[in-house]
Design a protein around this ligand. Structure first.
Ligand SMILES: Nc1nc2c(ncn2[C@@H]2O[C@H](COP(=O)(O)OP(=O)(O)OP(=O)(O)O)[C@@H](O)[C@H]2O)c(=O)[nH]1
Ligand SMILES: [Mg+2]
Length: 273
């Protein structure tokens, strides 16, 4: 793997200078509320997958213009990158949501497809399930792992973020902390209305509890029919939004809506065809 060349291509994709075809490969999203331990879990997973499997990680930085900076400060460093034997088969890249043009989910989709085409066995996207854009980044994957943690007194966070319907697997992390089992029970309860609820496992990135099982499940994980449908819905909405936003007349049409009384319906018609 030529890392310099790879980085250059990925930058070109981020800048909108390179198109990528859809690719058929294992693209995982690891998503969930801020601070549940997604990065630590990815680090633990990589320690077990590498060097047997080559893995590319895309960490989507939740730097929205609204929050004005990183949502939760510094990212955890991946310790697996310090292990030479393993780090050779790992590629890590941070995707700063401010730096690229166009919609972030569609950029992430292109980056992930490119990495599949570059013959990585697995691509993992880390994204915070906090906002709509982040949820759509998860929907770009074809296997979605939603991470939860012991509730901070206000119930299941992923449920509020609308992430649960996307999940192929739910991981309750921080099993070393009181309250993890309670979250599992709450999740089972809220998922019991589903015909085909996703499996739920507990892990601790701190003690290593459940990590082997998580890796095993990841390697055999299949898309659930209902989560596939949920992410197709997200992707369709995203494609529609891209069509509108990427139309060269987008700003001009907004001006005409705000200044000349152009109706939203008419504007839509103009931007879509
Ligand atoms: N007790 C305990 N702490 C954990 C565990 N996993 C992660 N942490 C801690 O939780 C904090 C957040 O971990 P991260 O891995 O950065 O969480 P994240 O979900 O990636 O956070 P964001 O990317 O900022 O949303 C860190 O202080 C970790 O040390 C765990 O299994 N048990
Ligand atoms: Mg993280």
């Amino acid at each position: 793997m030529n890392r310099v060349k790879l980085a250059r291509s990925l930058s070109a994709i981020e800048n909108g200078d390179m198109e990528v075809d859809d690719a058929d490969g294992r693209i995982f999203a690891i998503t969930g509320p801020p601070g549940v331990g997604k990065s630590c879990l990815i680090d633990s997973i990589l320690h077990r997958l590498a060097p047997e499997f080559s893995v590319a990680v895309l960490a989507v930085d939740p730097t929205s213009p609204l929050s004005g900076g990183a949502l939760l400060g510094d990212r955890i460093r991946l310790t697996v990158l310090d292990d030479k034997e393993k780090s050779d088969s790992i590629y890590f890249r941070s995707v700063a949501t401010r730096s690229s043009i166009g919609s972030i989910p569609s950029v992430v989709k292109s980056l992930a497809n490119f990495l599949v085409l570059e013959a990585f066995d697995l691509v993992i996207i880390e994204t915070v399930g906090a906002g709509q854009s982040e949820t759509r980044c998860a929907a770009v994957a074809n296997r979605i792992i939603v991470v939860e943690g012991p509730a901070r007194g206000d119930g299941i966070q992923a449920e509020k973020a609308g992430l649960l319907e996307l999940a192929d697997l739910i991981v309750v992390n921080k099993s070393d902390i009181d309250g993890a089992q309670r979250v599992v029970n709450d999740l089972k309860m809220s998922l019991s209305i589903n015909q085909e609820p996703p499996p739920i496992i507990t892990t601790s990135a701190l003690t290593g509890d459940g990590i082997n099982e998580l890796v095993k499940m990841m390697l055999s994980l299949e898309e659930r029919e209902s989560s596939k449908r949920a992410r197709c819905r997200q992707q369709l909405i995203m494609a529609h939004e891209n069509t509108i936003v990427n139309n060269p007349n987008f700003e001009e049409v907004i001006d005409r809506i705000s200044q000349e009384g152009l109706s939203i319906e008419e504007a839509l018609r103009e931007l879509i065809d």
